[in-house]
Design a protein around this ligand. Structure first.
Ligand code: AMP
Ligand code: MG
Length: 340
């Protein structure tokens, strides 16, 4: 696994991508940057390469992949029909962190879609990623670059940790921490009104407002079973719990239990804890303050929390509105809905 370090100021970055393009053309895998999280990519028409994705991630074949495109003209070989309401979303929000589900074109292998007659597609915002797809000459199927059910990778350390001995992955194209740090929003566009299948980096309210279309949200944030949605997901390796009121939880906790836990919370909460419990040695990681900061830092914090020498992780919940719905979706799955 070789790492290609790039950023938007890198001169001649196309040249630096060529070896990785060759890897894709030879049927191997390349870790790609996106504005959401890092992905492990393969040619979406190459069944043997796609198989390698499921193998290295230990991902069940029942969990379909998202296909990443760089130009709208690529849509016709993977999707069958784009409803006009979806064209509005495409016009306003592509390239960007929203994935759309359409009926699939028969040319796309069934392994991409887990045998479904629909396909999930998005156009990433990163210019380097789109250039890479262009150079590959085919759309790339790419799930997140982490072992199945684990916390998604938004930092090179975590990509290396999960995949260092996987020879199927020839290159990692690394451009630093992603802009959003959390997966794309997924909208099912096969029936109108459209349906939210996953909360993500783009708020639903923004889409409905800008496009003036109807998108049905799941009741109480609970997404009805859809392929690839598991109760446990984005999970640290240590037992993880959620709490609505971290300070009162700590107050009730016997002092000798404190050192077994790493707390993940807002900056403000940390400051209060430090004041109230100034004599205690408490392990605290802060994920920021605003929803944007929290989504960006969430996976890094969860990965960090599992590396610290404590037994469990307790995370402060956020309000379930706007981007908070995305944060809570990930946290509830990371903690398998266990609350303290
Ligand atoms: P990720 O693992 O983050 O790349 O996300 C892939 C997710 O997209 C899957 O786990 C599914 O939840 C969703 N997905 C992909 N294709 C489809 C599809 N055809 N129908 C419904 N959901 C899909
Ligand atoms: Mg994933």
């Amino acid at each position: 696994m070789k790492i290609i370090h790039l950023n938007e100021n890198t001169k001649n970055f196309e040249k630096k991508l060529l070896a990785a393009v060759k890897a894709i053309k030879n049927g191997n895998l390349v870790v790609i940057p996106t504005e959401t999280v890092y992905g492990i990519s393969a040619n979406c028409f190459d069944v043997s390469a796609l198989n390698k994705i499921f193998l290295v991630k230990n991902r069940p074949y029942s969990d379909p992949l998202i296909v990443h495109i760089s130009r709208l003209s690529q849509l016709r070989n993977i999707a069958r029909y784009i409803p006009w309401e979806a064209k509005k979303i495409i016009k306003k929000f592509w390239p960007g962190p929203v994935s759309l589900i359409f009926y699939k074109n028969h040319k796309l292998p069934d392994i991409v879609t887990s045998g479904l007659n629909t396909v999930c597609i998005r156009m990433p915002e990163n210019e380097i990623t789109r250039k890479f797809i262009n150079l590959c000459g085919v759309p790339l199927a790419a799930p997140s670059a982490n072992i199945f059910s684990r916390v998604s990778a938004t930092d090179i350390k975590h990509i290396i940790k999960d995949f260092k001995d996987k020879k199927e992955i020839e290159y990692v194209i690394y451009t630093g921490r992603p802009k959003y740090g959390v997966e794309s929003t997924i909208i099912d566009c096969t029936e109108y009104p459209f349906k939210v299948l996953r909360y993500g980096a783009l708020e639903i309210e923004k889409i409905t407002k800008e496009c003036k279309i109807k998108i049905v949200e799941p009741k109480k944030n609970l997404i009805k079973k859809s392929p690839g949605m598991f109760k446990k997901h984005y999970s640290p390796i240590k037992p993880t719990y959620l709490t609505k009121n971290l300070i009162s939880y700590i107050e009730k906790l016997p002092k000798n239990k404190l050192r077994n836990i790493t707390f993940v919370c807002k900056n403000k909460t940390k400051n209060i804890i430090k004041k109230i419990f100034k004599d205690e040695n408490i392990s605290i990681i802060t994920y920021g303050e605003s929803f944007e900061e929290i989504t960006k830092n969430l996976y890094i914090c969860l990965r960090l929390a599992e590396e610290i020498n404590t037994k469990t992780i307790v995370v402060e919940a956020v309000k379930n509105v706007g981007l908070g719905k995305t944060i809570m979706d990930r946290l509830i799955k990371a903690a398998e809905n266990k609350w303290v």
